[in-house]
Design a protein around this ligand. Structure first.
Ligand SMILES: CC(C)(COP(=O)(O)OP(=O)(O)OC[C@H]1O[C@@H](n2cnc3c(N)ncnc32)[C@H](O)[C@@H]1OP(=O)(O)O)[C@@H](O)C(=O)NCCC(=O)NCCS
Length: 199
């Protein structure tokens, strides 16, 4: 498979993001089901650039843009944040791209930003996303009962978190697992890391 990378979003991605976010097969996994209007999207996109608590990337596989990953609620005081991702087209799912993107996000959060705690939330009905998170060591910390109202009614949400020390303890094994599956990431030196390096 083509190497998976993250690149920061730019103004040129604005229309793609609206189209992706409104795809039925993306919307169904998000907290809100409604079709996002161009005006709503414009306002959201405009706020992104000025918001130091959020960061968005396009997930790429080779030359192709395939999805979105983001950090939110970046909190320097407590050294923690939330994250999430989606792959826009179902055809790009189930092939390891989500695992590669997750590894790159964990490197950014724990190795470059040196945060302590990374959190995420997943609809209780979303087995694939929960499996993705737990396969990298995220632990369920609670069930937010009937937390969101979807078209089909109230749905529980699972809250998960991973700590920096847990990531450092399993990092090499997780990286090897991706290599064994024939997956690759960009930049190519992603598999080497000395936790004692850096600020
Ligand atoms: C969730 C998502 C990002 C996962 O990415 P992906 O590339 O499909 O996942 P991977 O192929 O890397 O697989 C990750 C793990 O999930 C498992 N998995 C994948 N699809 C699955 C499915 N439909 N049901 C159960 N487990 C599944 C894989 O077996 C793998 O576990 P393993 O490493 O123990 O074998 C992707 O499916 C997606 O974009 N879904 C729609 C949007 C979404 O749900 N976003 C998350 C919101 S919280």
């Amino acid at each position: 498979m083509d190497p998976v990378a993250l690149r920061p979003i730019t103004a040129a991605d604005r229309d793609t993001l609206l189209r992706w976010r409104n795809l039925p097969d993306v919307r169904r996994y998000m907290y809100t089901d409604h079709t996002i209007t161009a005006a709503e999207h414009e306002a959201w996109f405009g706020r992104l650039g000025d918001d130091p608590t959020r960061q968005y990337w396009i997930i790429t596989a080779g030359a192709q843009d395939v999805g979105v990953a983001h950090l939110s609620q970046l909190d320097e005081r407590h050294r923690r944040c939330h994250w999430g991702l989606y792959l826009a087209e179902p055809s790009s799912r189930g092939r390891g791209v989500g695992s590669c993107a997750q590894l790159l996000v964990l490197r950014e959060v724990f190795e470059r930003r040196r945060l302590r705690r990374l959190m995420c939330e997943v609809l209780a009905t979303n087995a694939a996303a929960r499996r993705l998170y737990e396969s990298f060591g995220f632990k369920a910390e609670g069930v937010l009962r009937a937390h969101v109202v979807k078209a089909e009614g109230p749905v529980d949400v699972i809250s998960l978190a991973l700590l920096r020390e847990e990531w450092l303890a399993t990092r090499s094994e997780l990286a090897s697992r991706l290599v064994q599956r024939g997956l690759s990431l960009h930049p190519p030196d992603w598999a080497t890391f000395d936790p004692s390096e850096g600020p």
